[in-house]
Design a binder for this molecule. Structure first.
Ligand code: CP3
Length: 328
């Protein structure tokens, strides 16, 4: 449940004193914030507290994370000369605090609760760099993609290189799962996805060995097959596709993550429980289902609904590996 932190009073208390980037720069505080949803809600994994823009800020891009908006770039990328600003990432020099946070978390997390490292997908990163911020239509991004395909591919190549280096460094530091968030790629047709994005995304997944990978994005009803082909041991499904319709389309050999609509959690508990049961029924207790929301938690979500949802899923699934480990 991404962004579980922001519904927690203890996270809000930290945010009153520090902004998001300041938290990520202090490994001890960042580890504490990463652990908050695990401690309070009893979820089965921790997701590193960082942002998809972290490595790009690390190489010197002027990005701010604005509340209720997301990343905003002072000087968007629009021409070939701008590529020089995307130099390769030197992880130990550019984002040492990320590696330090991961090392601390591996000492602090109980056995059986894995740490998920993550990175932004190349299309989503490119869209923030080209638009200068969030977009509904991705006009500038698509314009550059169609009008300047050579520049587009050069930009995507650089981003894939940065993401790949960043992902591998997180795994080497101790991340036990890698999740790639290509959140906004659902705005493309399957043909355009295959031509303009897939080769770059495959380049990120191919060299990852030894840890499971999760490929996440939203609004991808039309793209599930190409998304699976691009890579990921686990494919994230959002609520727009019924789980039992989406799973065969990505292939029975892959695991599935999803797919409750986070907005359901704004409703009364019986509605939440019914929708969660429906997701579980559609998964049919097949191995390889990670129960999750189809996107991040909304800030106004009642805490009680989230805690009860975790309990409902645990009751359905039986004892967690962590609980089994403790009993031994
Ligand atoms: O889940 C977690 O808390 C782990 C850390 C995490 C953050 N961002 C911290 C954050 C993760 C995994 C992300 C990924 C991320 N960031 C994505 C991909 C996943 C997705 O949601 O599609 C994207 C697109 C971003 C860019 C971004 N950063 C957005 C869209 C926002 C939300 C703006 C808003 O306030 O609605 C952010 C800010 C952000 N990043 C928050 C957190 C916890 C918001 C809360 C805060 O300001 O404290």
């Amino acid at each position: 449940m991404r962004q579980a932190g922001r519904v927690l009073p203890e996270y809000r208390a930290v945010r009153e004193r520090y902004d998001l980037l300041a938290i990520t720069h202090q490994p001890e505080l960042c580890a504490e914030v990463t652990l908050q949803p695990v401690k309070r809600l009893g979820v089965d994994a921790a997701i590193l507290f960082a942002d998809i823009m972290t490595p790009l800020i690390g190489i010197g891009l002027d990005v701010r994370i604005v509340e209720n908006i997301g990343p905003v770039l002072a000087d968007p990328i629009c021409a070939e000369a701008d590529l020089a600003r995307l130099r390769p990432l030197e992880v130990e020099q550019d984002v040492p605090f990320v590696l330090e946070t991961i090392r601390l978390l591996r000492q602090e997390l109980p056995p059986g609760i894995p740490l998920i490292g993550f990175a932004g997908g190349p299309f989503t990163l490119a869209s923030y760099l080209i638009e200068g911020g969030a977009s509904r239509t991705f006009e500038q991004t698509k314009r550059l993609m169609y009008c300047q395909p050579l520049l587009w591919h050069a930009l995507m190549e650089r981003l894939a290189g940065i993401v790949s280096t960043y992902a591998q460094a997180q795994i080497d530091a101790g991340a036990q799962v890698l999740q790639l968030f290509d959140s906004w790629v659902g705005c493309l047709s399957p043909d355009d996805y295959c031509r303009y994005v897939q080769p770059h995304t495959s380049r990120i997944f191919e060299p990852v060995h030894g840890v499971p990978t999760i490929h996440f994005r939203t609004d991808t009803s039309a793209l599930l097959e190409c998304m699976a082909e691009a890579g990921g041991d686990v494919i994230g499904l959002d609520w727009r596709v019924p789980l039992d319709h989406g799973w065969p389309r990505v292939g029975a050999q892959r695991a599935i993550q999803g797919n409750l609509d986070p907005a359901i959690l704004l409703g009364p508990w019986p509605i939440v429980a019914e929708a969660a049961q429906r997701v579980l029924e559609r998964a049919g207790s097949r191995p390889g289902h990670i129960f999750n929301l189809g996107h991040g938690l909304l800030p106004d979500t009642p805490l009680d609904n989230i805690a009860r949802l975790v309990e409902l899923v645990h009751d359905h699934a039986g004892p967690s590996p962590a609980a089994v480990g403790e009993a031994r």
